[in-house]
Design a protein around this ligand. Sequence first.
Ligand SMILES: Nc1ncnc2c1ncn2[C@@H]1O[C@H](COP(=O)(O)OP(=O)(O)OP(=O)(O)O)[C@@H](O)[C@H]1O
Ligand SMILES: [Mg+2]
Length: 629
Amino acid sequence: MKNNVFLRTLAMAKPYRGRVALALLFALVFAASSGATLAMLLPIFDDVFGAREDNVSTLSLDQAMSQTVLPELQEFWNSVKGGNASSAVESIKTVPGAFLDGIHRSAPSQALLAVIVTIVSLILVKNLAFFLQTFFIASVEEGMLRDLRMKVYSHLLRLDLGFFARSRSGELTTRITADVVRIKRTVTQSLITLVRQIFLLAVYFFITLWVSWKLTLVTVAVLPPSMALILLLGKSLRRKSHRSQEKMADFASFLGETITGVRVVKAFAMESFEEQRFLKSVNAHRKYEVSLRRMKALSGPLTEFLGAVAAGVILWYGGNAVIDGSGMSPGRFMVFLAAALSMMDPAKGISKTYAAIQAGLAAGERVFGIIDTPPAIVEYGSAIVPEKLSRSIRFENVSFGYNPDNPVLKDINLEIRAGEIVALVGPSGGGKSTLADMIPRFYDPDRGRIFFDGIDLRKLSISELRGQLGVVTQETVLFNDTVFNNIAYGSAGISMEQVEKAAEVANALEFIEAMPRGFSTVIGERGVTLSGGQRQRLAIARAVLKNPPILIFDEATSALDTRSEKLVQQAIDALVEGRTSLVIAHRLSTIKKATRVLYIDNGRIIEEGTHETLLALGGKYYKLWKMQF
Ligand SMILES: Nc1ncnc2c1ncn2[C@@H]1O[C@H](COP(=O)(O)OP(=O)(O)OP(=O)(O)O)[C@@H](O)[C@H]1O
Ligand SMILES: [Mg+2]
């Protein structure tokens, strides 16, 4: 699984492989020039600071170089001209050595100049390479981030309502915002930073080997124990960061709930209660974050201390070799020491990168978890495009529960004939909204089937089916957009006249025109600046504009004042006119208009008939009616 996540994460960089390759190339250049800069310590100590009591050279720089580098370059050029690749490689490999030899043969002041110019140029190359690496990788990173966000978002849009009922919105938000960033870091860290650190480590290691393999062996003997410690630390870090992110999602969704429900919190004076709950949630996150940061803080110093111990051991062996003159020049030893000490940096970097990669893989598992969730509502076989409803929508022994052991609809048999207005009434929680949700296939029955003109709903094209339906839900959802766009939502290429007409039919024109910018007025998040009745009328206008042959209307339960009530009622009347309608009714006037009334309680249809016959029956409906009106 882990492996799989890693490979899938890397695969996201595929469209950007050209730029990744360039970045890798510059990482290589960076490592090589870092190593070369370090190697310049050798001529500084051995040739400039005059450790050459034997015979101080008096050659000028170009004289010396023409003895050493020039012949090698000439040979290289000849090999290239002769098309002899292997000998060309051979001769180019000797150039750096010949260059050092050239400095060695020239007079100290000339050598100093050569060293300075070389070091400055090398540092220029190194930093240029560093910049170019980031230059290319930045667009790779951000591109991948966008790709992944789009992928998760598109998939979320296609998931079924059941999935959203099971998930917390804060958690989903965290996945698209923070988790995706962690994944991005994994890819770039592992591809670029890790590769660069490994190159660096390799270059430094190569230099130590070049100076003295014996001393390198000593170094290697001191390193592995510290490496083991670092790996262990990384593992624990990963676990902690996972928990910390979970806690973060916890309080993010908590925060979301409070913001949505702030009215209720205030109404019930629950501020300090919510504070306590929030404190608990924030505290849980803090606990993990503190120990996470402490652990992270430990990893750096620990590596450095272990490095210092290693340096002490190396100094002891190497210093003695210089003192007793057994073939180790001070310059060579300085290069060795610098290379060995420089190894700590990439080693530390690798341990940090390792932790980041682990955190990213954990995030990857969560994000891929979403992407891999199959939508529960899919089309079976080749989707049939339905004709306009001509006969009926029929429920046949339909049972359904949000979770399997708690059925909400029990064995529903129901036929809604074309052109009929069927009203659902009954106590709250009886299953009315759930029943209505079955027709657009927001949920599929657990048992039984639903037919659309005799065709099983599951065989129909989902978008075509929903295209025939106008759904006005119990809670009016308005988007943070203009009135015009809210009404025209879901209908393409709509003119102002059409929207105005729809608003008029829905009894909404008057209040819209009274707004400061009319149809261009932006209504706030979830339409907070509108009253309940106004929002309902906007939702009705939206349905009027869509002009669907079938209407599913879930009347809001919220009470309206008499004037609003009347306006909304007129709007509803205009809406159901001439359509096959399923109306979940809380208003007497709506019920009276229905051709049939179904009384639903506890997931079953208990009573059925017209308003009058049900009243005459004197059963549950009669009681409800007496209580409400
Ligand atoms: N997304 C959901 N997940 C789990 N249970 C749910 C979900 N939606 C509704 N329920 C449960 O299903 C039952 C029926 O709910 P439903 O919304 O269909 O009732 P209703 O008849 O529309 O009530 P009301 O008149 O108050 O709108 C209730 O017990 C409710 O708790
Ligand atoms: Mg309901």
